[in-house]
Design a protein around this ligand. Structure first.
Ligand SMILES: Cc1ncc(COP(=O)(O)O)c(C=O)c1O
Length: 315
């Protein structure tokens, strides 16, 4: 182990762990890549660093620059960490009903919070951020949903790490939020082996799972359209919030304390394992369970947890 120069050098190179004990098919191995091991606690540290450093290269960020980003979760936290270390001021637009852990983490890194109406969810935060960015041309709006440095972080980092650590990967399963993970990793893996199958996990339309969205809900991320997401994905599979929570609990049985979207991705991987004869599935775990403790996901009655998750944006 080296002594690292900066916490930013700890981003990436996350470990993978075999969870085949949870596979419904004994001939299908399942490995989970633990992105919660990143220093800001999620996979979004990768894209936060990538989009901020791309903006620096493009000359968009003067020392002390001000940034604005709509995020109800991990991207805001990752960007707040990177902005703190690089001396930028970040404003995060958040729906008013996000969980307290989310706000507290943004406070830790010194980000400023601007509230958008809770009833409008993350789409409302996006709308308000766009309006504010138009009113304040001096604020830099890097917008993860439309920034090619988002999928690039996964094409250059997450994807090569997966192939290095699991060269016989046959299927890649991940939740779809901005689609950056699926686009970047999926393209990288297919370039090396066109037979690798890429599966996206979405919540049902109108329902929330973690940082995930259903593309039929009316917003298609520009990166998804520009980078041929529809052609890249081999399968989309719907996972309900309840199944996500059940699988999050199952993961805890094998010692993995992960966020609810990891449960969703695992539910998708289990479906995948059931449909194939043999193979090796890699699943992304975007974050650890810490930010979701107040959902009661591991301890409370499933109906209570589901109802709570409907009232508050935990993710
Ligand atoms: C917890 C969590 N899981 C999954 C995702 C989806 O990843 P991506 O935006 O790369 O599609 C996100 C994105 O915000 C997230 O925060």
């Amino acid at each position: 182990m080296a002594i690292y120069r900066s916490v930013l050098d700890l981003i990436g190179n996350t470990p993978m762990v075999d969870v085949s004990a949870l596979s419904p098919n004994p001939d299908v191995r399942i490995a989970v890549k633990l992105e919660g091991q990143n220093p800001g606690g999620s996979i979004k540290d990768r894209i936060a660093l990538s989009i901020i450093e791309a903006a620096e290269k493009d000359g968009l960020l003067e020392p002390g620059a001000e940034l604005i980003e709509p995020s109800s979760g991990n991207t805001g936290i990752g960007m707040a960490l990177v902005a703190r270390l690089k001396g930028y001021h970040l404003r995060v637009v958040l729906p008013a009903n996000v969980s307290p852990e989310r706000r507290q983490l943004l406070d830790v890194w010194g980000a400023e919070i601007i509230e958008s109406p809770g009833s409008e969810g993350s789409n409302g935060a996006v709308r308000l951020a766009r309006t504010l960015a138009a009113e304040h041309p001096e604020w830099v709006f890097l917008y993860q949903y439309a920034n090619p440095a988002n999928p690039r972080a996964h094409y250059e980092g997450t994807g090569p790490e997966i192939l290095r650590d699991c060269p016989d990967v046959t299927h890649f399963v991940a939740g779809l939020g901005t689609s950056g993970t699926l686009l970047g990793v999926g393209r990288y893996l297919k370039e090396h082996n066109p037979d690798v199958q890429v599966w996206a996990v979405e919540p049902p339309t109108g329902e929330m799972v973690d940082g995930l969205r259903n593309l039929d809900d009316g917003y298609i991320p520009p990166i998804f359209e520009e980078q041929g997401g529809a052609e890249l994905l081999d399968r989309k599979t719907i996972v309900k919030p309840r199944q996500s929570i059940e699988w999050t609990r199952r993961l805890a049985e094998v010692g993995i304390f992960a966020g609810i979207s990891t449960g969703a991705a695992m539910a998708g991987a289990a479906k995948c394992a059931e449909t194939i004869e043999r193979g090796s599935i890699v699943v992304i775990s975007p974050d650890g369970g810490w930010k979701y403790l107040s959902t009661g996901a591991w301890t409370d009655d499933l109906d209570v947890v589901e109802a709570r998750a409907r009232a508050t944006i935990y993710f």
